[in-house]
Design a protein around this ligand. Structure first.
Ligand SMILES: Nc1ncnc2c1ncn2[C@@H]1O[C@H](COP(=O)(O)OS(=O)(=O)O)[C@@H](OP(=O)(O)O)[C@H]1O
Ligand SMILES: Nc1ncnc2c1ncn2[C@@H]1O[C@H](COP(=O)(O)OP(=O)(O)O)[C@@H](O)[C@H]1O
Length: 209
């Protein structure tokens, strides 16, 4: 048995195919999957990262290549040195949008849990994707600030209430809610898996999965 065969690369998936047995090797080459970007925008603690992680699991289970571009992670690397002023956030969002589009254009499912508080920079990201004919899905994780501040996953709301940091999105810094996102998720009365499932269903409707 060759190495490839020992990894199951030529094992028949079915023997009932009229054209003869299909092989695992047929799958990726015969139908290269279209990449896309899903941008999850919303307040801190809204549920962006949690839903992105759950969706990543669903997509990986079907064999898709997934890249998650988390705001904190990009800020520690590609956006190192940028803060939370309007100008810095806009630069950061456009930078992440550029990277996302390039990865999606190469077939990845790119999931972006990044606040992106300003409508203008979100529109710029969408426009970049459209210009390159890369599918783009904007999801508003529309959890109200009262709920987010109760969750307070990173303790930021409590810290802000105690005086630092100032300029917390949704509290004393702007968040411009998307007027017409592709999908709006209300996480108040839904489980994480229900939200990820709704998003997956939307991707199916769009023919992306
Ligand atoms: N002032 C202020 N406002 C908002 N968020 C703040 C702030 N300071 C730190 N953080 C934390 O930074 C995390 C990453 O933010 P993002 O890159 O997604 O933000 S932005 O799009 O540039 O606005 C973001 O992560 P999430 O909580 O996952 O949204 C925040 O926890
Ligand atoms: N339906 C839901 N979808 C996403 N998160 C939820 C949901 N219900 C409760 N949560 C909780 O809300 C918190 C969201 O945190 P996180 O995903 O880090 O937010 P964000 O990335 O938007 O800052 C997590 O503790 C998560 O378990």
């Amino acid at each position: 048995m060759t190495d490839l065969a020992s990894q199951g690369a030529t094992a028949p998936l079915t023997d009932s195919d009229a054209a003869g047995p299909r092989t695992r090797r047929d799958k990726p080459e015969a139908t290269p999957a279209t990449g896309f970007t899903v941008w999850l925008t919303g307040l801190p603690s809204a549920g962006k990262t949690t839903i992105a992680t759950a969706l990543a699991g669903l997509l990986r289970a079907t064999g898709r290549r997934v890249q998650v571009l988390d705001g904190d992670e990009v800020r520690a690397t590609g956006s190192l040195g940028l803060g939370f002023s309007r100008a810095d956030r806009e630069t950061h969002v456009r930078r992440v949008g550029y990277a996302a589009q390039r990865m999606a254009a190469r077939g990845a499912c790119v999931l972006v849990p990044v606040i992106a508080p300003y409508a203008g920079s979100r529109a710029a990201v969408r426009t970049r994707h459209e210009a390159e004919a890369t599918p783009y899905v904007e999801v508003h994780v529309a959890t109200p600030v009262e709920v987010c501040s109760r969750r307070d996953v990173k303790g930021l709301y409590a810290q802000q209430a105690a005086g630092e940091p100032t300029g917390l999105t949704g509290v004393d810094d702007p968040y411009e809610p998307p007027e017409s996102p592709d999908l709006r998720l209300d996480t108040r009365d839904s489980t994480v898996s229900a939200c990820a499932g709704r998003l997956y269903a939307h991707l199916m409707e769009r023919g992306l999965v």
